[in-house]
Design a protein around this ligand. Structure first.
Ligand code: MF3
Ligand code: CO
Length: 326
């Protein structure tokens, strides 16, 4: 069945030879090529870059993945599994991301414009050697997203937008440092916020934390999703359906797409080394949303009721999860 190996299509292979893993290997220059269909032997260096023998490293991981795949589950490919070196780099990026959010937290107040928040983000990020990931990302004009009240996400900072007493605002910060990406967001309450809006902000934070508790190796993204969804709906809220989280680290937005309307036991398997965001947008009223026709970015609730979002960036570990940015 060499044709099967040549085109990488092992599913259609019907020969009796038990295939070894045909995933990543090393080319002649010694440069690691991930996700190429190169034969890897038990004593070869593992595809993950650990320099350990495959049999002592990710062989059992691959066997587990193949078992889950054969049961019909969606499984991550090797490109979604971060190496220890990549994880270290991404954590350096996240240090900046967290510092930027901390700086915003210490300065944000009534009367400030969202343009001033943008300047805090730009200045703090660049002083630490980073690049704000949103800036010029697919044409986004600023360094951060600032989304107030009925704005669901992707609000664009402006000198014309002034924070008022009673506003709730999401500040969504993303950083590139030495090529590694980090991404997390927080809500801030400005002055005297109504009990109703304060509760929304609090419940969405709880949604993220309940979702986090479901992050463990060999569970499913749907386990996390249902925990988020159930808590939002139990509080009378609706979860935005087609905007969600994402893999992150080597790029701003990687696979998998991470939604919050799915049932436990469904969606992609969570494997150690995967990194993604949990960032549900939860509306006080209906789930429906629309996109600003003029700037083509800002998303609003259709019914004009408030929306809130928190975003955490998480790594799946051997025994649970590690928060990378929050
Ligand atoms: N930070 C957002 C996220 O959490 C993405 C914003 S894209 C931008 O995925 F261009 F608007 F910045
Ligand atoms: Co994100």
């Amino acid at each position: 069945c060499s044709s099967g190996t040549a085109n990488g299509d092992h599913d259609s292979c019907v020969c009796s030879v038990k295939h070894q893993r045909f995933e990543s290997g090393y080319n002649l220059l010694g440069k690691k090529i991930r996700n190429m269909h190169v034969k890897i032997g038990r004593n070869d260096p593992c595809w993950c870059g650990s320099m350990k023998k495959y049999k002592n490293c990710h062989q059992s991981f691959d066997e587990k993945i193949e078992e889950l795949r054969s049961q019909g589950h969606i499984v991550p490919d090797h490109s979604l599994i971060k190496t220890p070196e990549q994880i270290a780099g991404i954590k350096e990026s996240a240090k900046i991301n967290i510092a930027v959010l901390d700086e915003v937290a210490s300065k944000i107040k009534e009367g400030m414009t969202t343009e001033e928040i943008d300047k805090i983000v730009y200045d703090t990020t660049t002083k630490m050697g980073g690049i704000p990931a949103p800036l010029n990302y697919e044409g986004f004009p600023k360094s951060v997203c600032t989304s107030i009240n009925e704005e669901v996400c992707h609000g664009i900072p402006s000198p014309k937008v002034v924070l008022k007493d009673g506003d709730i605002i999401n500040v969504d910060v993303s950083t590139i440092y030495k090529g590694y990406y980090s991404d997390s967001s927080r809500m801030f309450c400005i002055g005297n916020v109504s009990d109703e809006k304060r509760k929304l902000v609090q419940v969405v934070k709880e949604c993220v934390e309940l979702g986090l508790e479901q992050v463990k190796p060999w569970g499913f993204l749907g386990d996390m999703s249902q925990a988020v969804y159930d808590h939002a709906v139990a509080n009378g809220y609706q979860v935005v359906r087609n905007i969600g989280g994402h893999g992150v680290g080597l790029e701003f937005h990687e696979d998998p797409w991470v939604g919050y309307i799915y049932k436990k036991g469904t969606q992609m398997v969570m494997a150690p080394g995967m990194m993604f965001t949990i960032e549900p947008m939860v509306n006080m009223g209906q789930a429906d949303i629309f996109v600003d026709e003029e700037n083509d970015w800002t998303v609003y609730t259709a019914d004009g009721q408030p929306s809130a979002q928190w975003e955490v960036m998480v790594l799946v570990t051997e025994d649970g999860y590690e928060i990378i940015s929050y």
